[in-house]
Design a protein around this ligand. Structure first.
Ligand SMILES: [Zn+2]
Length: 294
């Protein structure tokens, strides 16, 4: 099952719009990591945000990483999205359960002070790294702040997620609207009014509205909006035994020799287990030695 990423323009091309329905992707993340309610909400919002950030990817084999780091008990985590729409991620405290029911719906309360970081990686180029302080920890405001600080682009971001008591995600979606430099002030004003009159995104999703319907009926009510499907997204890890073997080699000779009985590393992103027997570790040690002598 895949989800959809949308992009478009509005008000005579003076605004860019990115929108995502990430319901299935968030559900898979919840199931893989057996996330608690507050962790599910943080992960769902981070998935929507990372999918929106992935719209900036220009090259093949590139990916963006969204990192949230907080000094509170929820701590944070990271989500990666590549140009194919494959999403993967993990949280540092996936099972955190909070006594106060309300706190479980507001991850920002347990993230504390911290940062939102974005890493853009593409082949044959130095990674681009940007970071801004968390404003609320509810991710939407933090992402808008990031775009204003690091790209000087005024942005409005809304992220919503609804979960049932049985851990089923009913809906997970979001949108970002960016004002382009030549946007006319009067048009911007009408859009701001609409945004102010738009009910809470999660409440609209609770009424059964899709993210596209929210944009058409509320945010861009009586304004021109040109939105189309851009790409499918899904939770999919890129790990393989070869990738794990390469990272084992980077541990160095001393570390590898300490694993010579064999080891079964588990992928952080998808929980896949890769068994390396004693003889396979011996082969990796051989590869490492040959690399050193080359
Ligand atoms: Zn994996």
């Amino acid at each position: 099952m895949t989800d959809t990423l949308y992009r478009g323009t509005a008000l005579s091309d003076s605004f860019r719009i990115f929108a995502v329905d990430a319901t299935q992707t968030a559900q898979k993340a919840r199931d893989i990591h057996d996330l608690s309610p507050v962790a599910t909400i943080l992960m769902g919002k981070m998935i929507s945000a990372a999918a929106i950030l992935s719209m900036d990817i220009k090259n093949e084999n590139s990916e963006i990483t969204l990192r949230i780091d907080g000094d509170g008990e929820l701590k944070g985590g990271l989500v990666v999205c590549n140009e194919k729409g494959h999403v993967r991620g993990y949280l540092k405290t996936p099972k955190l359960f909070l006594e106060d029911t309300e706190d479980n719906f507001h991850p920002g309360r347990s993230l504390g002070e911290g940062t939102l970081g974005v890493i853009r990686q593409s082949p044959h180029a130095q990674p681009w790294i940007g970071s801004t302080e968390l404003i609320t920890g509810e991710i939407a405001e933090d992402l808008a702040h990031f775009y204003l600080q690091s790209e000087q682009v005024p942005s409005a971001v809304a992220l919503g997620i609804l979960i049932d008591p049985d851990a089923k995600i009913r809906a997970c979606a979001g949108f970002m609207i960016q004002q382009l430099p030549f946007a006319a002030a009067d048009k911007a004003q009408r859009l701001i009014q609409n945004l102010q009159n738009t009910p809470n995104l999660s409440d609209l999703m609770d009424m059964g509205l899709s993210i596209v319907e929210v944009l058409e009926r509320f945010v861009f009510k009586e304004l021109d909006l040109n939105l189309s499907e851009f790409r499918q997204i899904e939770y999919r890890c890129n790990c393989s035994k070869e990738v794990v073997a390469r990272s084992l080699i980077t541990l160095g000779l001393e570390e590898l020799e300490s694993l010579k009985e064999g080891i079964t590393p588990v992928c952080h992103y998808c929980n896949a287990k890769y068994n390396f027997t004693a003889s396979e570790i011996a082969d990796l040690i051989q590869v490492l030695k040959e690399q050193k002598n080359a």
